[in-house]
Design a protein around this ligand. Sequence first.
Ligand code: CTP
Length: 404
Amino acid sequence: MPQRRVLVAVTGGIAAYKVPELVRALRRAGCTVRCAMTASAGQFVAPLVLQTLSGESVRTDLFEREQEGQIDHIALADWAELVIVAPATANLLAKLASGLADDLVSTLLLATRAPLLVAPAMNVNMWNHPATQANVATLRERGVCFVGPESGPLACGWEGEGRMAEPAAIAAEAERHLGAPTLAGEVVVVTAGGTREPLDPVRVFANRSSGKMGYAIAAEAARRGAEVVLVSGPSALATPAGVRRVDVETGLEMRDAVHAELSKCTVFIAAAAVADFRPAARAEHKIKKESLADGEALTIELVRNPDILAEVGAASGRERRLVVGFAAESQDLVAAARRKLERKRCDLIVANDISRAGAGFDGDTNAVTFVCPEGEVEELPLLSKREVAERLLERIETLREKRS
Ligand code: CTP
């Protein structure tokens, strides 16, 4: 990981005594490492140890003028390509989940746009407490990654889950996160989420897409060094680090936003569930129920939305831009995906069988099949959406190599 910039945030648990080993492992791998500590972390490991091993000054205080003068905390948060929190106490997890920023470390964690890799360490009962588990679930949902904790004898005398992962395992996970910048120079435009098609000022036609798949792809492309634009329908998900997000609501807005980004785009990935139809007209005022007699049917005229993927496919030369579409099918998966591939002039279709448990909308997992124009078909097992994103971008890199 030569020259990769890693910030290690240390909080106050006995496992902090292993952090010098983590810093050494990261340095051996070529990273530039800076450390920040909470006041209680200083009870377990001396700042001087981390300073000596990292070769960089260690930040311990938000308000200490000299420290803030050397490199202010926002600059430090911006500097990091990856932030590792090790050990992460139950208190830190709670603060991070609630967005509290009352000391240097919690402020850095809120300010940084870099991915977070968290190595919890605590007593087994604290780890298993519903509050801690709820905080972990919240953080996972926001894209925070965890390494450990492991099971075994704990420093407090208890036995069970709560040991911090070994420094070598944390460093290996960091390496996986930073990855090689294999997509440097590419401009990847990803559509994600569902669109909302208004009927009147309060009602919309929407769908159940969460945006998780598209967001995972955007995060993974950024991790691989691409410039990434995420054109997103309404979503509560956090914008992944290093990604420029353009918010849209309707299919027509999504189309305009995509076209505005297209001249620079070298890889287009359509993961959005764009509404195929929209109300032909949007009522200026709320449609009142009194406008219908009892038992009378309300007729809403729908018109077709433009097919963004097909438009981009038609506008893209094979050498210039790779075009990837998704296909949600409930029967004849590969044949239907192949038809879509040809009709929309794609270089790859990611087909998912929505009748399979664990695949498709809203979940954290997906089971997809890659369908390529040359006739190749690769069926992947049920994977997390992050893993699907990794496999997809690997395949895009292979396609890119073949084309060039
Ligand atoms: N898509 C798009 N714009 C639309 C509709 C779909 O860009 N208006 C993209 C989706 O993002 C996805 C792919 O097209 O990548 C597949 O869309 P899908 O709705 O499954 O296919 P359709 O061609 O609409 O066919 P059908 O719904 O009949 O299966």
